[in-house]
Design a protein around this ligand. Structure first.
Ligand code: GRF
Length: 203
């Protein structure tokens, strides 16, 4: 299976995907790593792994739609069959992403449907939640709103701050994302509008 990864930041989730493939746990080919930030660590990781990279600067497009249309055209041209958003920090245009629904997943650092958007760790702490976590979901036009596939949970301890929480969550994200991608490419997991199907049954 051919995978393109989109990332805006340091790329530790990308690193986890690459490590899973190295171990033989994830039978995929990474055909492209794309970013909206030329300085993203994810691009350096991809280069080191000999994966083609693409950096597109949103500021060189007239508007969001123009950027998204070019981005998705290039993703399609890469031959990717599946798209993984691994810390991609832009909202994507609904029309441009529609052809990819069911073939695009995102990892989000909250127990969705709680805390869509930014500052999820802070918001979980402010709400005095006892649990926090990460979710992998199918991407739809609704920001962080597509059907949830799988979640990883942890307990919030007294005295936790935003950074500690993010740090404890990250290794869980690094297991969750490759595991979900593995199920997707093996066809055990399938898109469904309401609840994803696992071995043909609603999750
Ligand atoms: C992760 O916490 C991910 O859930 C969020 O952004 C962060 C990306 O980290 N959407 P990295 O770039 O994969 O290290």
């Amino acid at each position: 299976s051919r995978i393109a990864v989109l990332a805006s930041g340091r790329g530790s989730n990308l690193a986890a995907l690459l490590a899973a493939r190295e171990r033989g746990d994830l039978p995929v080919d990474f055909v492209l790593v794309a970013s909206d930030k030329a300085g993203a660590g994810a691009l350096r990781l991809a280069e080191a792994a000999n994966i083609p990279t693409l950096a597109l600067d949103p500021r060189s497009y007239p508007d969001r739609r123009a950027f998204d249309h070019d981005l998705f055209a290039r993703l399609a041209a890469s031959g990717a069959e599946w798209l993984v958003l691994a810390g991609f920090m832009r909202i994507l245009d609904g029309e441009a992403l529609t052809p990819w629904i069911g073939r695009m997943i995102n990892i989000h650092p909250s127990l969705l449907p709680k805390y869509r958007g930014l500052h999820t760790h802070r918001r979980a702490l402010e709400a005095n939640d006892r649990e926090h976590g990460a979710s992998v979901h199918f991407v739809t036009a609704e920001l962080d709103g597509g059907p949830v596939i799988a979640q990883a949970r942890l307990s919030i301890e007294a005295g936790d701050d935003e950074q500690q929480l993010a740090q404890r969550l990250l290794p869980l994200e690094h297991r969750l994302l490759p595991a979900v991608l593995g199920l997707l490419v093996s066809q055990r997991l399938q898109w469904h509008e309401h609840a994803p199907l696992f071995d043909g049954q609603p999750l």
